[in-house]
Design a protein around this ligand. Structure first.
Ligand SMILES: [Mn+2]
Length: 257
């Protein structure tokens, strides 16, 4: 069979990564998989650095590969920490390992981005908030897939046909009545976590693997592949433990809270 890949926008495949959280072991496994597939366009939706893992190694990899990255809420707190964040030993660990070059690299990332001839819109949370999930309702009685109506309300000013969002660490794709597709690639480096904002809640991918997504254009339609990659999670988990984060060590090892 002759392959007929129609490449209308000039971009035939895009790898979408996010929420690395300093896990360079997981990032290496994902970058290797992307390279093996011959994909050269990579975008990164933020929360790249923060975590008790390998912040410096992560920045090195992202900047040397020239990966187009936006800021997440946990990249932003490294520049403007709240008093509560200042007390966190993970914040101190990450902040002390960063050089002023690293900090300006973080500062230079935009919060959102319209990418490739306005085909893609990139945001960490929603277009206007980096700490609100676009596709999940976080309530006092659990986390649910958000209604299309609420998602569309947050996307009222966004005309791009494909919206790439992150933050929840849950890989999923949602199709809207406007014909727009919203894709969350899940997390590379932290497959589960618990958090208190806006309500105490848990997010679990259910496995320790790194998650990312590939979009490839076939006959002018995007084929979406959510990819699950095994990597050396024992080593990453051990690093979290060495840095005093038993909770992170468990989340990384099991993909469960
Ligand atoms: Mn986030």
């Amino acid at each position: 069979m002759i392959e007929r890949r129609i490449n209308i926008s000039g971009l035939s495949a895009l790898a979408v990564i996010s929420d690395i959280h300093g896990n360079s072991w997981a990032l290496d496994a994902v970058l290797e998989d992307i390279e093996r597939r011959g994909i050269t366009n990579i975008v990164n939706l933020g929360d790249s650095i923060y975590g008790p893992l390998d912040p410096v190694g992560t920045i090195k990899r992202l900047s040397s590969k020239k990966i187009k990255s936006i800021k997440g809420n946990q990249d932003r707190v490294l520049l403007t920490p709240t008093t509560e964040v200042l007390k966190s030993k993970t914040y101190v660990y990450v902040k002390e390992s960063l050089t002023s070059n690293d900090l300006s690299w973080i500062e230079n990332m935009p919060a959102t981005l319209s990418f490739f001839m306005e085909e893609f819109f990139l945001c960490h949370g929603t277009p206007t908030s980096d700490e609100t999930c676009l596709l999940e309702d976080v309530t006092s009685h659990g986390v649910f897939l958000r209604s299309s109506e609420y998602i569309l309300r947050d996307l009222k000013d966004i005309n791009e046909p494909v919206i790439l969002c992150a933050h929840s660490h849950i890989p999923r794709t949602v199709y809207l009545s406007t014909g727009q597709i919203v894709i969350n690639p899940g997390s590379i480096g932290l497959p589960a976590y618990s958090d208190d904002f806006p309500f105490p809640h848990q997010m679990e991918s259910g496995c320790p693997h790194a998650n990312y997504t590939i979009l490839s254009k076939q006959y002018d339609k995007w084929i979406i592949e959510h990819i699950i990659i095994p990597y050396d999670w024992k080593t990453a988990s051990k690093r979290a433990l060495e840095n005093g984060r038993e909770d992170w060590a468990k989340w990384i090892l099991y993909g469960r809270v």
